[in-house]
Structure formats: C-alpha cells, structure tokens
Design a protein around this ligand. Structure first.
Ligand code: CA
Ligand code: CA
Length: 210
C-alpha cells in the first residue's frame, strides 16, 4: 500500500508540471525518472536536446552538437572549388581536411591557373603560379587577430573578410591582373559592385534577396 501511495503521488506530480513528462520505458514498466526540457539531455520523445516531441518547444534554430560529425563541404574562400576544382575532384576537395589540401590539390590548381591565364607570371601580391596556388589550395579563411580586417585592400591581404569586400573581384584581379593588377581589365572584375540590399545586423548578417 505504501508503494502504491508513492506512485500515486509521483503520477500526480508528473501530470501537474508544465514541460515535464514521466518515462516508464524499461521492460518492467517501472517508473524510472523524469524527462524535462531543461535537463541537457535528449530523452523522452525529444527530437533534439531539450526540444521537440510532445512537451518541449520545437527544435527550430537549435543545433544538436551531439554525435560524430563528418566534413561535407569546404568553402573558406568563395569560388575556389568552383573555379579551380576539376569535375572529378570537387567532392574530394570538399571532404579533405585543410592540412591535407595543399598536397592534394596545389598541382592541379596550378595547371588550371595557367590554363585560365597562360600569360600568368605573377600577380599583385608578387606570387608566382606555384606559390599563389599553394595559398588557394589551402582553402581556409585566414583571420588576423590584430590590425585591419580585409580580404584585400591593396596592401593587406586575407586578414579576414568584411561583408562589403568584393571578394570575387579580388580573386579575378589576382588571377588575371598581372604583377601590377592592370592586365586584362575586362577580366579583373565581375562588374557587380556594392550590395544593393542592406546587410542584416544579426547572424548570419546576410542581406535578404530582392
Ligand atoms: Ca531533455
Ligand atoms: Ca564584384
């Protein structure tokens, strides 16, 4: 009778608390604990940690960092895989960890660079073809901890990226512009300039389409 009394009280608590459910999932149908939406665990019928299911708020915007993750994409800088990746290597480029990218792709990138611009000798950064494609093949966005943040402002290069940086024009300039940046003027810009929609002030800061 005493056990029955405790179970009765327990069920009463469970049915009276908002965002709390009881679980009796063991084989003997014993009551084994509480599921709440703030216990830091994915339990009950939650679809993520403390979200989804019948009692918790929806998981929209909540990222589940549990489990083991696999690299599926690599896009440290815009357009690198698109421009320099060959049709047979785009997937492997996306799944190669950055420390292995140079050895895996620099040679192919150099061939592609000289195919795009057979007259290439150097660029506005003074980088020959091998050195430039070594930088490109290691497709990560560098960020300087101090100083100016810019994709390229004429003197500083790849110290970060501002939303307003014209990153495609920078890439085209370095590929086609020659040592002074003045070669092939019709190829050193996509002729799309400043963004015409205001950037958002909150993450992910991108502008809405118009
Ligand atoms: Ca939970
Ligand atoms: Ca542009």
């Amino acid at each position: 009778m005493k056990t029955y009394k405790y179970i009765t009280i327990f069920i009463a608590i469970c049915t009276s608390l908002l965002f709390v459910q009881c679980t009796d999932a063991d084989d003997s149908d014993n009551i084994i604990g509480l599921v709440t939406c703030d216990d830091g665990l994915q339990n009950g019928d939650e679809e993520g940690i403390d979200c989804g299911g019948t009692i918790c708020e929806a998981c929209v915007g909540i990222v589940d960092f549990s489990g083991t993750y696999v690299q599926e994409d690599q896009m440290g800088r815009p357009g690198i895989n698109t421009v320099f990746g060959t049709s047979g290597m785009k997937d492997s480029f996306n799944t190669t960890i950055p420390s292995s990218m140079g050895a895996a792709f620099q040679s192919s990138f150099e061939t592609k660079l000289l195919g795009l611009n057979p007259a290439y000798t150097s660029n506005a950064l003074g980088l020959d073809a091998a050195t430039f494609t070594t930088v490109l093949a290691n497709d990560v966005l560098w960020v300087a901890e101090t100083g100016t943040t810019t994709y390229f402002n004429g003197t500083e290069i790849l110290t970060g990226r501002n939303l307003t940086d014209d990153v495609i024009d920078v890439s085209l300039l370095l590929i086609f512009g020659g040592p002074a940046g003045t070669d092939n003027p019709t190829l050193t810009s996509d002729f799309v300039s400043a963004n015409d929609v205001t950037f958002s002030s909150s993450f992910p800061y991108v502008a809405n389409p118009n």
